[in-house]
Ligand binder design. Structure first.
Ligand SMILES: NC(=O)c1ccc[n+]([C@@H]2O[C@H](COP(=O)([O-])OP(=O)(O)OC[C@H]3O[C@@H](n4cnc5c(N)ncnc54)[C@H](OP(=O)(O)O)[C@@H]3O)[C@@H](O)[C@H]2O)c1
Length: 266
């Protein structure tokens, strides 16, 4: 029975990962959420092969407890890990435009803690289970905004803390790939496409969202003047799962879009 674990599973992309994976009753899916009581959309799926566990990815100890609980159910093993939890501050400031150095430092460290260290804590907590599993694959949901060359060519000034955290996340994926290649692990960082979820500045709101939205729209236009808008969530997850299942050791450490290439805004 293949086993999967998804973080940030209560809504958005994480929920759709759980939905598509648990549609196959032969899979067992561990869904990590911050708060079980409010994770009602997972319960609404009514899948008996989904096990909901609680952990904030900022909290390495909580992830360790979740790993212990998962191990009890799965006999100590896990086949596939999807590190998906993440957030953006939507501050709307450029790197030189924060009102104070303290505001800049708070934003960068706060988002780094969840998006970069949170993914690292998640992977470390579940590595012993993955080692005993037969999949040995880790998909980390990153973002095109963490792509260094595109940031310059699109002249994209916004989402600074988020972009920095995702660029660092891509490096963390490369480090794991280098360390675990000899054991046959495949690590891949994937940009999921632009999907309308709670992450979008239009949905998330926040003080700087209008400024941020303007910067994102300008960058998208530069990246692809014919951009048709966000893609359906079903397509994003189906294509990411395709990468997870098909990619082999030769590709470990890659950072790609949901189509498996480097075209960030198709
Ligand atoms: N949507 C896009 O266009 C897009 C584009 C590029 C990359 N991404 C990436 O895709 C991933 C999923 O985002 P989404 O679009 O699905 O956004 P979303 O709807 O806001 O969902 C984010 C999920 O992450 C969880 N989360 C946030 N901080 C967490 C923490 N400290 N510990 C545990 N869980 C935490 C949230 O938990 P709660 O439910 O408790 O709030 C939520 O379930 C993120 O890594 C994001 O950076 C999204």
């Amino acid at each position: 029975m293949p086993s999967y674990l998804v973080t940030g599973a209560a809504k958005g992309l994480g929920l759709e990962f759980v939905n598509q994976l648990s549609a196959d009753s032969g899979n067992i899916v561990f869904a990590i959420v911050r708060n079980k009581a409010t994770a009602t959309q997972i319960a609404d799926l009514r899948r008996t092969n989904v096990i909901i566990l609680e952990a904030d990815v900022d909290d390495a100890k909580a992830l360790q407890f979740a790993a212990n609980d998962a191990a009890k159910v799965s006999g100590g093993q896990l086949d596939y890990l999807i590190s998906n939890a993440g957030r953006s501050s939507h501050s709307g400031f450029t790197l030189s435009g924060y009102p104070t150095p303290e505001a800049l430092e708070h934003d960068v460290l706060d988002i780094f803690k969840t998006n970069t260290l949170g993914a690292i804590h998640t992977i470390n907590a579940f590595l012993p289970l993955l080692n005993k599993g037969s999949g040995k694959k880790v998909l980390v949901v990153s973002s095109a905004l963490g792509d260094i060359e595109s940031t310059v060519s699109w002249e994209f000034l916004g989402a600074v803390s988020y972009s920095i955290s995702k660029a660092a996340l891509n490096m963390a994926v490369a480090k794991y790939a280098a360390e675990y290649k000899p054991q046959g692990f495949v690590f891949v960082a994937v940009h999921p496409g632009i999907v309308n979820t709670g992450m979008s500045p239009t949905v998330a709101g926040g003080e700087g969202f209008a400024r941020e939205l303007e910067m994102i729209m300008a960058a998208n236009k530069k990246a692809n003047p014919n951009w048709q808008g966000p893609i359906p969530i079903e397509e994003s997850i189906r294509k990411q799962l395709d990468i997870l299942h098909k990619w082999r050791i030769e590709e470990t450490g890659a950072f790609v879009s949901y189509n498996g290439d480097k075209v960030w805004v198709p």
